[in-house]
Design a protein around this ligand. Structure first.
Ligand code: ADP
Ligand code: MG
Length: 683
């Protein structure tokens, strides 16, 4: 790993610290933005209100003391001051009165003076500096290490140009694809990006690189999926039977919403398709996903198969078990609950029954899988509240005699583009809208200092027989501290509301303690429930109409939305109050504002994705979801779809990439896959 250019040791160190190790890395280090030097501003027309401009002028005067350097520049219309607090010596040496310079930066007005602090500056007509000063100028990302060793945009551009002069970059994308999309070629794309003729040229270059990146990604997703499919043993499905009919005709206490009906139809046609289902039901909290899952399960039972219903927490697994028992009480269905707290005797009973291969539903936490349950007739895995879509879950059932279908349910929808790209042929059914008669939740943000106002509001709610959740964050790194927070909060609330019964719920409690607290809240005996985020998913107590969330800034948006979904389940108006600590970043505030503006989980998750990036969002950063160098999965959605379509065409034509014209692609692709094996093996 090294560069073919000669680069000084301090600069090498800075490059390495930024993950740049090879010539290709340098080429892939593309400009963040471009300066359009064709649009030069006249100083006399500047307002000094923070506008970003390029100005060309003559250096008139240079003044300096130890702390700052001031360079006065004028054009025919006025005078401007450039100020440096760092790099003083460098610029002092570089500039002298009479020099023609071009500067770029944010203009501020201080009294009489227009000034730019730390502008990008270039000398014009300087023979020692061949960088062009008019036209479209690339600006590369910078950091303090780069600045220290003068790794400026000019340097990066010169390096890239040098590399592109001395090396030819062969094309990876097949010619057929490039022709169809009117893409030029790889080498030209890098030239356009690093040394563009104009903004449009730069744009085209970037598009090429993005497309190539997305194309390789889609190629990986498609080929691995084809490989997996060839290894599948599919189960037989002869349509829904008696149980399904009885359930929907007689047992269900309400009419399905249109969204629910549609989702069930999608699932049925997957079962009938002769392909393995990998479907995600996206529906906002409270949209009624459970019933859809039950429908899918019954169809499987009707065909003699078993189903696993998995939830992320024991509380939720137990709730599912109860729901299943309730809904299916009139039907002859074998339902089992497998959680950590079952005795080994009970577990053995369940496992024995399961091993017989009888149709049954096993509800439980993901531990259910890890403990190696043998479900020889497993036809369907339902994964509730899982944002990772059962990818790993299914992998764990890989040794099963038949390949089970997967149905994932999530209220935290990932944008379609991301779902498709990252999970290949993940199909999605969206349940739009909620069952009739629900009122939208009102959400407000209150600073810590307004806590007493919030408590007074709770007084009125409680007086009317309402119930309240008070939630504390539980962040893994500081679990003990967070727990302390919740405990302290519990004491405060108890003192402040002596007339009401207050419950405390956290993850360190034993399962039966948790259950006691929950059922006391469910029955209305407990009025206030102080809790860590263990209540996040799935809990259903319709009378609870107010939720106070402490340290709201510490939660992800999707998580806040999940939490908020615990209220707004009855006919009463519900309120969610986000309490924030005084010290908060601007993005922190912006994030929370999204919560007050919408109840729509889709919009919220998009906002979340934008703010956090896909790796974080999926919680898969460690598991190696590839980071994209050029493309942005949200912004480049259309390009991603195009890449997927082109990959399909290519694989139809040459499924194993055997044709001579596809050999460069194939070689490159093998390397690509190798570097990302960890991630793609999960799929
Ligand atoms: P989620 O999608 O958040 O998992 P649930 O499946 O827990 O939602 O359903 C929320 C509540 O709505 C439950 O009490 C359920 O019985 C009820 N419900 C589901 N579907 C309907 C419907 N079509 N009409 C009325 N109530 C429904
Ligand atoms: Mg649910």
């Amino acid at each position: 790993m090294s560069f073919s250019l000669s680069i000084s040791a301090p600069r090498l160190k800075a490059l390495h610290s930024h993950g740049l190790h090879t010539d290709q890395d340098l080429l892939d280090f593309v400009p963040r933005r471009y300066l359009d030097r064709n649009a030069v501003s006249s100083i006399g027309l500047l307002r000094g209100a923070g506008e970003e401009v390029t100005v060309i002028g003559t250096v008139k005067d240079i003044r300096t003391d130890n702390k700052r350097l001031e360079v006065f520049i004028s054009d025919s219309s006025g005078e401007l001051k450039c100020v440096w607090f760092r790099g003083i010596n460098y610029f002092k040496k570089l500039l002298k009165p009479g020099d023609e310079v071009s500067v770029y930066g944010k203009v501020q007005r201080f009294g009489r003076w227009l000034s730019i602090a730390h502008p990008d500056l270039e000398k014009i007509k300087d023979n020692t500096n061949p960088t062009k000063t008019v036209g479209t100028i690339p600006v590369y990302a910078s950091n303090s290490f780069f600045k220290k060793v003068w790794l400026t945009s000019q340097v990066f551009q010169q390096w890239a140009s040098e590399l592109l002069r001395t090396t030819a970059l062969p094309d990876i994308l097949p010619e057929s694809v490039r022709l169809r999309l009117k893409l030029k070629n790889r080498h030209q794309a890098y030239i356009s990006v690093h040394n563009p003729e104009n903004l449009k040229d730069a744009q085209n270059g970037k598009t090429y690189l993005k497309f190539e990146e997305l194309f390789l990604f889609e190629l990986a997703v498609h080929t691995l999926k084809l490989r997996a499919e060839s290894q599948q043993t599919l189960l037989r499905f002869n349509g829904p039977g008696e149980l399904t009919k009885l359930f929907f005709r007689d047992a269900l206490p309400f009419n399905l919403t249109d969204g629910q009906v549609k989702a069930l139809k999608d699932i049925r046609s997957d079962f009938e398709s002769g392909r393995l289902m990998n479907r995600l039901i996206q529906g906002d909290v409270g949209s009624g996903k459970t019933v859809v899952a039950i429908g899918a399960i019954l169809m499987m039972l009707d065909n003699g198969y078993q189903a696993a219903f998995m939830a992320p927490t024991e509380i939720l697994a137990e709730q599912h078990y109860r729901t299943l028992c309730q809904y299916l009480s009139q039907l002859d269905v074998d339902i089992r609950l497998l959680t950590g707290k079952r005795t080994s005797r009970q577990k053995r009973d369940i496992l024995d029954a399961a091993a017989q291969g009888n149709p049954m539903i096993v509800a439980g936490t993901h531990a259910l899988i890890q403990q190696g349950v043998e479900l020889p007739r497993l036809g369907l895995i339902v994964v509730d509240e899982q944002h990772r879509f059962g990818v790993e879950q299914r992998a764990r059932f890989a040794n099963n005699p038949i390949s089970p279908h997967t149905l994932a349910m999530s209220a935290t929808p990932i944008p379609r583009s991301l779902a498709l790209s990252v999970f290949g042929k993940l199909d999605i059914s969206v349940i739009k809208g909620l069952p009739a008669g629900r009122k939208p939740i009102k959400t407000g943000i209150r600073p810590d200092s307004k806590r007493e106002d919030v408590y007074r509001f709770l007084d009125t709610v409680l007086k009317e027989g309402g119930q309240v959740y008070i939630v504390y964050p539980l962040v893994e790194e500081s679990e003990a501290l967070d727990l302390e927070n919740a405990m302290d909060g519990f004491e405060v609330i108890r003192k402040r509301f002596p007339d009401y019964s207050v419950g405390l719920l956290h993850g360190r409690m034993k399962a039966d303690e948790k259950e006691a607290v929950m059922s006391s809240f469910e029955s209305g005996e407990t009025s206030l429930l102080v809790s860590t985020t263990v209540i996040e998913v799935g809990i259903n107590v319709p009378n609870a109409s107010v939720m106070v969330i402490e340290h709201a800034e510490r939660f992800g948006l999707s998580q806040l939305h999940q939490l908020r979904g615990r209220i707004g389940r009855g006919s009463k108006q519900s309120y969610c109050i986000l309490i924030t600590s005084p010290k908060q970043s601007k993005t922190g505030k912006e994030r929370l504002r999204a919560m007050t503006e919408t109840n729509d989980g889709f919009l919220i998750s998009e906002a979340d994705l934008r703010l956090r990036g896909p790796g974080d969002f999926l919680g898969t950063r460690q598991s190696g979801v590839p980071e994209f160098k050029f493309a942005d999965l949200v912004e480049d959605e259309a390009l991603l779809a195009e890449a997927a379509a082109q990959v399909s065409l290519l694989l139809e034509d040459d499924p194993k990439l055997e044709k001579p014209e596809h050999q460069p692609l194939r070689l490159y692709f093998e390397k690509y896959l190798n570097e990302r094996r960890k991630f793609f093996e999960m799929m």
